[in-house]
Design a protein around this ligand. Structure first.
Ligand code: NAD
Ligand code: DAU
Length: 332
């Protein structure tokens, strides 16, 4: 493998992955990104031009995608509409990108025999009760709750069908909640960090007991590289780092980092259909492919992430007022 396409490489996890690939491999990367509100070319600016090229375009553009599939060895597919709250306000772009976009990529890799890795989410499995002793595994039935997660589930099923019916050379990974640098400030952790920098009290949906299973984006990147290199075609691998925390716990840790009292936050209107808890069992990936997460100290990772947002205010500041106005209109 010499040349890969990374779709959505100007977004949060995609850009972390491109940085990882440039640092850890000799691969040449073509980023295909539409630069929606969630994409930012500045996230790739520091990377050398002889290793990374940005093509601004839509994954649902069949002609563009066909040319890229023909001239590259693999496509790693991160591009998506990714925010649950947005999917509740306007689901249509989620269908266009997550379903039609993935279908368009699959048709191109089918024609050219290009290796394909599909990035998905643990949300396709729905949610768990707080006291459920089981975590999600590769055989948990699909049961998505939101327009976002249902379109991700649909895209996973397309990949599985294209493998079985057409012999497409694809793998799938479903990962838990990522945190780290370059994450859009509409998402929970960077929203609260940038708010705290501005002296705003954190906003917690509902009672704050909802649990997310946090993994550092760098660990997600190393897992995806492992699957790309060693994964068995047609297989699904769950990616997780045993990082379950309630939203209230995360906010209390952030408040401590900012030297503020543990109860200095507001409870706001809950998300419609809010999933209670996600938790990943990544035994298959660890045992079969020998992957292990490295950034398992969540407190240290959170502190580094706070510092990153302090150091990169120019990257997020232009978006802050608009994001907060959107949440304010929803009572959040
Ligand atoms: P993001 O919203 O930060 O980035 C998405 C990127 O895709 C942006 O750069 C955007 O411009 C681009 N994009 C959107 N529509 C496009 C289109 N039609 N054509 C080309 N580019 C387009 O998302 P993220 O949080 O980095 O998530 C990346 C992937 O990882 C998604 O597939 C998501 O479902 C999955 N995932 C995310 C998480 C998480 O915690 N954020 C966890 C598990 C899985
Ligand atoms: O589990 C993987 C998923 O994680 C990915 O598939 C999604 O793309 C990604 O956005 C993320 O989904 P969540 O809905 O879990 O992430 P979000 O950052 O939106 O919210 C995390 C939790 O925090 C969730 O329980 C909702 C809550 N929340 C969110 C915001 C923005 C708050 O309490 N307050 C907030 O202001």
């Amino acid at each position: 493998m010499q040349r890969i396409v990374v779709t959505g490489g100007a977004g949060f996890i995609g850009s972390n992955f491109v940085h990882h690939v440039v640092r850890e491999t000799d691969l040449f990367v073509t980023v295909l990104d539409k630069l929606t509100y969630a994409g930012n070319r500045e996230s790739l600016e520091a990377l050398p031009a002889d290793r990374v090229e940005l093509v601004v375009g839509d994954i649902a553009d069949a002609e563009l995608v066909d040319g890229l599939a023909a001239s590259h060895d693999a496509i790693v597919h991160f591009a998506a509409e990714s925010h649950n709250d947005n999917s509740l306000q306007g689901p249509r772009p989620f269908l266009d990108t997550n379903i039609i976009g993935t279908y368009t990529l699959l048709e191109a890799v089918r024609k050219h025999g290009t290796r394909f890795h599909h990035i998905s989410t643990d949300e396709v499995y729905g949610d768990l009760e707080f006291d459920d002793p089981n975590r999600f595994t590769e055989s948990t039935p699909y049961n998505p709750s939101s327009p976002y997660s249902s379109t991700k589930a649909g895209s996973d099923l397309l990949v599985r069908a294209w493998v079985r019916s057409f012999g497409v050379q694809a793998t799938i990974s479903n990962c838990s909640n990522n945190y780290g640098p370059w994450q859009h400030i509409e998402k929970f952790i960077p929203r609260q960090i940038t708010g705290l920098i501005d002296g705003i009290r954190p906003r917690v949906y509902g009672d704050g007991r909802n649990v997310r299973d946090w993994i550092h984006a760098e660990d997600h990147s190393s897992a995806v590289m492992t699957i790309l290199e060693k994964g068995r075609i047609g297989e699904t691998y769950l990616i997780g780092a045993d990082g379950e925390k309630t939203n209230k716990e995360v906010v209390e840790m952030l408040l401590q980092l900012f030297g503020r009292p543990a109860d200095d936050f507001d409870h706001v209107t809950d998300r419609a259909g809010h999933d209670l808890r996600y938790a990943i069992d990544s035994t298959k990936l660890r045992n079969e492919l020998g992957w292990t997460p490295r950034f398992t100290d969540f407190a240290a990772g959170l502190e580094d992430t706070v510092q990153w947002y302090r150091d990169h205010e120019a990257w997020w500041r232009p978006k802050k007022a608009e994001v907060e106005a959107k949440y304010a209109a929803l009572g959040q």
